[in-house]
Design a protein around this ligand. Structure first.
Ligand SMILES: Cc1cc2nc3c(=O)[nH]c(=O)nc-3n(C[C@H](O)[C@H](O)[C@H](O)COP(=O)(O)OP(=O)(O)OC[C@H]3O[C@@H](n4cnc5c(N)ncnc54)[C@H](O)[C@@H]3O)c2cc1C
Length: 358
């Protein structure tokens, strides 16, 4: 039996690798004009998800940079810390470059006899021979036909990403500042390089020069030598109303897309893969086929969790947006107060790590 995955992004390759590890044949169908994000994109993966990745997908330790703490500030509280997350001396989050993850997955899949990559000349294709087709490409005709009903929210914002090169320092603390323009994250990727994600509330694209000035203004930690190319991404969030249509199952950012402020989009997909893999393993153990009936089981197990989680991330965005609009610091002060309580702080950390509270 063969599973087809439509699309060739990170979600597709990660899921493909998880499945071929279970000796399931996977055809990944990629459009000839498929899109690759630029070199400035990084992804933060939680400790729990990294452990799962290393064990059940591929060991990616060599391409990750481990972070021990996350410090959160707000413009409204001047230089006072809003929240502080840490996990004793252990890592909290790991940062890696999107293209490094993409390359390591592609390299390992290429050598795998259960894997086949098929380049599509047109996005239209024949899926007759497959019992299940997992769709990650939202520009495909299948996505347009079956997965267009979504609860969508436009943020009227763009995320700007780049990598800064700076003098060597011990670089294992990430910083996020809720600035008056939107959240700005400094995410270390080595002792002399740090990735930047700046989500700015403005529906017009802001010039690279202006972004570079803002980064310089908010940077208190690094002796910057060079700011790399600035890339921009329009921000929206959505959740699909229905995860599947017969044998077609949506996956990755096609299923749920969230604001990058909490670094959780791909983490949600890794958690989905965990659940999908458990369903697959159960079936294999019982000698049952991997067919379209798995799609409804997957939806039942994930949809409510993903909906609540995505709304939680959106709520954080709304809190700080509201504070910016009403121009007072009550929300920051309350969050600061709550974050100082160790039990509540642990709740936040566990949610970001595992997506649930157990
Ligand atoms: C600025 C930013 C920072 C982020 N940081 C984090 C983080 O720290 N942690 C985390 O967990 N998540 C993060 N995310 C989310 C994460 O990057 C996504 O969840 C993940 O990359 C989605 O992968 P995907 O394969 O599902 O989708 P995609 O990579 O978008 O691609 C799916 C398919 O669609 C096609 N496609 C996509 N766009 C186009 C296009 N324009 N034209 C034609 N075809 C296209 C691709 O070729 C591919 O086949 C961040 C997102 C952004 C925007």
């Amino acid at each position: 039996m063969r599973v087809c995955i439509l699309g060739g992004g990170l979600s597709s390759l990660t899921l493909a690798k998880a499945l071929v590890n279970q000796k399931i044949y996977v055809d990944v169908k990629v459009s000839a004009n498929s899109f690759q994000s630029g070199k400035s994109r990084t992804i933060g993966i939680s400790k729990n998800n990294l452990e799962f990745f290393n064990k059940y997908i591929l060991n990616i330790d060599k391409i990750t940079w481990k972070l021990k703490q996350i410090h959160i500030f707000s413009d409204n509280l001047k230089k006072e810390k809003l929240l502080n997350f840490e996990n004793g001396k252990n890592q909290l989050f790991s940062i890696l470059k999107n293209y490094s993850l993409y390359s390591i997955l592609e390299k390992s899949l290429k050598k795998n006899k259960y894997f086949k990559k098929i380049i599509l000349k047109r996005r239209k294709n024949d899926f007759e021979s497959y019992d299940i087709v997992i769709v990650t490409d939202y520009f495909s005709l299948i996505a347009k036909k079956y997965f267009n009903k979504k609860i969508i929210k436009k943020y009227n914002s763009f995320a700007y990403t780049t990598i800064i090169e700076h003098k060597n320092i011990s670089n294992d603390i990430a910083t996020q500042i809720f600035t008056k323009d939107g959240p700005l994250a400094f995410l270390p990727i080595s002792n002399n390089k740090t990735s930047i994600v700046y989500s700015i509330n403005n529906s017009n694209i802001i010039s690279s020069e202006r972004i570079k000035d803002l980064i310089q203004n908010y940077n208190l930690k690094y002796k910057i030598k060079k700011i790399g190319k600035i890339e921009s991404f329009e921000l929206k969030s959505f959740n699909l109303r229905s995860y599947y249509n017969n044998k077609f199952l949506a996956f990755g950012d096609l299923l749920h897309k969230i604001h990058p402020l909490a670094g959780q989009g791909f983490n949600m997909t890794i958690r989905d893969i965990k659940i999908f893999l458990d369903l697959v393993k159960n079936r294999v153990n019982l000698g049952l086929p991997i067919d379209s009936s798995i799609n409804s089981e997957f939806e039942n197990k994930t949809k409510h969790i993903n909906f609540i989680f995505a709304n939680g991330v959106d709520l954080i965005h709304e809190f700080f947006n509201l504070e910016r609009k009403i121009k007072n610091d009550n929300i920051s002060k309350s969050i600061q107060f709550l974050g100082k309580n160790p039990s509540i702080n642990k709740v936040f950390t566990t949610l970001a790590d595992k997506g649930i509270l157990i």
